[in-house]
Design a protein around this ligand. Structure first.
Ligand code: URA
Length: 231
């Protein structure tokens, strides 16, 4: 593994910051200063940053989190907003697998393995996502099946999935929406195309993993069997 990746995986800092550490001579490998970013770290290398041992756990961590409202799915934010990754215990750099909007709650996976995050976000993996959405206005029954064939969103994109009206209460309508792709604001844009707006959105499950037993803001670590089942 490249030295800068090794350092960021081990939680030393972001990849860019690690490059700075390497450049400024803070990193030693087997007692020698290494300033080459692309140095390939070997299993038995002893890596020090500022004379402190850098331990590489190499363990792949994946968490299922019940995202609260008000948190964003990014690693770094220039506006100092609350981040989903800050709700997790790891000292390592973490990545969300896909994104939920700031005002969306519910199931989101978070991992220390950036490659895994990229793979699972790829549309080819077709991970089923089940959303519960509330609207104030209704949608005509005859429009609902059109989502199964695919509807055109603005900007020429298509969305395909299933939509079902679950309930009507207190002036709101509750919908279940099942999608397999992860386009930006996909659920909200589907409802906009149907002529209404989402007033609350919750992701009930991602790839069959639901957050029924997780309080808002809480997480659980997935075991390797469950991680394997994601592929
Ligand atoms: N679709 C949306 O519109 N928002 C989300 O957060 C997730 C899916």
């Amino acid at each position: 593994m490249r030295l800068n990746k090794f350092l960021s995986h081990a939680g030393v800092a972001s990849r860019r910051k690690c490059d700075e550490y390497i450049e400024s001579g803070k990193i030693q490998v087997n007692g020698k200063k290494v300033t080459d970013f692309s140095y390939q770290v070997q299993l038995d290398d002893i890596v020090l940053c500022d004379r402190r041992l850098v331990e590489n756990t190499n363990e792949r961590l994946v968490y299922l989190l019940n995202k609260p409202k008000g948190y964003i799915c990014t690693n770094s934010d220039t506006h100092d907003r609350k981040k989903v990754v800050d709700l997790l215990p790891s000292n390592e750099r973490l990545f969300t697998i896909g994104r939920l909007d700031r005002d969306t709650t519910g199931a989101i996976l978070v991992t220390n393995d950036g490659d895994l995050a990229n793979q699972l976000m790829h549309p080819r993996f077709k991970k089923e996502k089940i959303y519960l959405a509330e609207t104030k206005e209704d949608i005509e029954d005859k429009l609902l099946p059109t989502l199964t064939k695919g509807i055109k969103l603005e900007r020429g994109e298509f969305a395909k999935g299933q939509i079902k009206r679950l309930d009507r209460y207190k002036g709101r309508i509750l919908w279940e929406v099942i999608l397999t792709e992860g386009k930006n604001r996909e659920v909200k844009r589907i409802f906009e195309t149907f002529g209404t707006n989402v007033v609350s959105l919750h992701r009930h499950s991602f790839a069959g993993l639901n957050v029924n037993n997780l309080k808002v803001g809480k997480y659980r670590q997935l075991n390797s069997k469950i991680i394997q089942s994601l592929f």
